[in-house]
Design a protein around this ligand. Structure first.
Ligand SMILES: Nc1ncnc2c1ncn2[C@@H]1O[C@H](COP(=O)(O)OP(=O)(O)OP(=O)(O)O)[C@@H](O)[C@H]1O
Ligand SMILES: [Mg+2]
Length: 511
């Protein structure tokens, strides 16, 4: 067997009193795609950040390509041949796409001037290889998460790295984009590079990877050949306890109409969108990434405007383009891109959770830390936010735990209508069931819920009614009983499979 590209053995790392890694171990060989799995806060990203030089380990062994390694900056790890795609894209919004790719190592032309033409054509060549049409000259600002991910990947490939680490790269990608990413990953593997793939989606792990290492509570648990294990045993090792049933939506009696959206249109974005949501009802918005689901949600909540139509809550019109008015009227909105939209802010977990209550419901009132803690505690507990303390800084939490804080933050406002975009993205398998149970309970207590999800099983399992959005229009409305993967796929794509034909969808295919 070839010598390992990466060896981590009993690596430890603490941040103050928090032991993020107690004993992290991972051995990755060339020509292999190695999955790293574990619950939110298990230490996966921390291990990656030690490899990439963001953090330095406290103890244990770290070797790269047969030599002891200890990087004190990301520049050092890059120079050694390690590329990392982080959980949160780290692009500079004001620089061009090309500048982001070649950041800090621009090819120099004559007179040692930066050779822009050469950079742009190299960027274009990278995008060709990735099969995407992106303008290398445009600024990174305003790009979709998928496109930002693509740029990170292009950057990694351009480094010609021996080791490529991908920390939840697919969380924001659509099915087609995931396939494209996997094709690139496989070709890198076939060139003999070593890859590490972190994901909470087991279908992807089993599809792409040949080996899997499980972590729990900062410790190494096991390593298996993918062919010799299965989802159930991996989940068992990850969680170390029984996992609740996913999608436990229980039928709730429906009450009055809470949300009434009538003829909502926004030029070039969505057209003539009408639907109602009743108290106790979960309405799922299904569709392809980019179909306009999130845009509709943002317009209803008032983050974006719209050209014509009306939004009513409990029969009362809600002012356009005014999220404050929406919050006062009783709406809550958990957006898709929780970090970028500034919802996890500097400051304690409790302050993050209590922040919306403070802003929305009290008039410039100052809450004491104690009051914030009291308001935040039950929600944080319910969502299993793993922190050492509620006064911990929310920005240092693991990716999945930040997601949970954002959800907790909005639930604490006790809304009449909850709009939640990708409720379980980045959330581990154990908590996923908890989020589903929570949504079901909230509906049972009479909350109206609009849920956007790219995971077909989640939509079909949780929604009382499914609205399918395609190219900015609602193309199907399906009751829980009649909604099937085939029907949803058919309405979501113009070229999709016709109802009754064999679906290409497996368990967790995003629609
Ligand atoms: N800079 C930091 N300061 C304090 N604590 C930290 C810091 N970075 C990570 N932690 C803590 O270390 C633990 C491990 O976090 P890490 O981000 O490695 O988890 P993860 O396995 O990547 O989880 P996820 O699946 O949610 O992304 C968490 O409890 C987290 O709060
Ligand atoms: Mg992480």
């Amino acid at each position: 067997m070839a010598d390992a590209t990466l060896v981590l053995q009993d690596v430890t790392k603490s941040f103050g009193a928090v032991a993020a890694l107690r004993s992290g171990s991972l051995t990755v060989r060339p020509g292999s795609i190695h999955a790293l799995v574990g619950e939110n806060g298990a230490g996966k990203s921390t291990l990656v950040k030690i490899v990439s030089g963001v953090h330095r380990r406290d103890g244990g062994r770290f070797a790269f390509q047969g030599r002891d390694a200890d990087f004190s900056s990301t520049a050092e790890s890059k120079a050694a041949g390690i590329a990392v795609i982080y959980q949160e894209p780290t692009l500079f919004p004001d620089l061009s796409v090309t500048e982001n790719i070649f950041m800090g190592r621009q090819p120099l032309g004559r007179g040692r001037r930066i050779d822009r033409a050469r950079m742009h054509s190299e960027a274009t060549a990278l995008f060709d290889r990735l099969g995407v049409a992106l303008d290398p000259r445009r600024p990174a600002r305003g790009l979709s998460i998928a496109d930002q991910q693509i740029i990170e990947i292009a950057k990694a490939i351009s480094l010609d790295a021996a080791l490529l680490v991908m920390d939840e790269p697919t969380a924001a990608l659509s099915g087609v984009e995931v396939e494209r990413l996997f094709a690139v990953a496989r070709s890198l593997r076939d060139e003999g590079r070593a890859l590490v793939f972190i994901s909470h989606r087991f279908d992807e792990v089993f599809d792409l990877c040949d080996t899997v290492t499980v972590m729990r509570d900062g410790e190494y648990v096991s390593t298996h050949a993918i062919a010799e294990t299965d989802v159930e045993s991996i989940v068992g090792e990850m969680v170390g306890r029984e996992v609740g049933e996913l999608f436990p939506k229980t039928p709730a009696p429906l009450g009055d109409v809470v949300l009434d959206v009538e003829g909502l249109s926004s030029a070039g974005v969505f057209r003539d969108v009408s639907f109602q949501v009743r108290a106790g009802e979960i309405v799922g918005l299904a569709g392809l990434v980019g179909a306009g689901r999130s845009e509709i949600a943002r317009a209803v909540f008032g983050v974006d405007g719209y050209d014509s139509g009306a939004v009513r809550l409990g029969g009362t019109p809600v002012a356009r383009s005014n999220p404050r008015a929406a919050i006062r009227a009783g709406m809550a909105f958990v957006p898709e891109d929780r970090r970028k939209q500034g919802l996890v802010t500097e400051g304690s977990v409790a302050r993050n959770v209590a922040g919306v209550i403070r802003r929305g419901l009290t008039r410039a009132g100052l809450l004491t830390s104690a009051a914030e803690n009291r308001a935040a505690a039950p929600w944080a507990a319910r969502l299993q936010v793993k922190t050492s303390a509620l006064d911990m800084d929310a920005t240092t939490m693991s990716g999945g735990n930040q997601q949970k804080v954002v959800i907790a933050k909005w639930l604490a406002t006790q809304p009449r209508l909850l709009i939640i975009d990708e409720p379980t993205r980045g959330i581990d398998v154990g908590t996923k069931a908890e989020v589903h149970r929570l949504l079901s309970d909230l509906a049972g207590q009479g909350m109206a819920i609009v849920m956007i999800s790219s995971e077909l099983p989640e939509v079909l399992g949780m929604a009382d009614r499914v609205l399918v959005v395609c190219e900015g229009r609602i193309t199907a409305e399906l009751d829980r009983a009649e909604a099937t993967p085939e029907k949803v796929m058919h309405a979501a794509t113009r070229t999709g499979p016709t109802p009754g034909s064999t679906p290409t969808a497996t368990e967790e295919v995003p629609v």
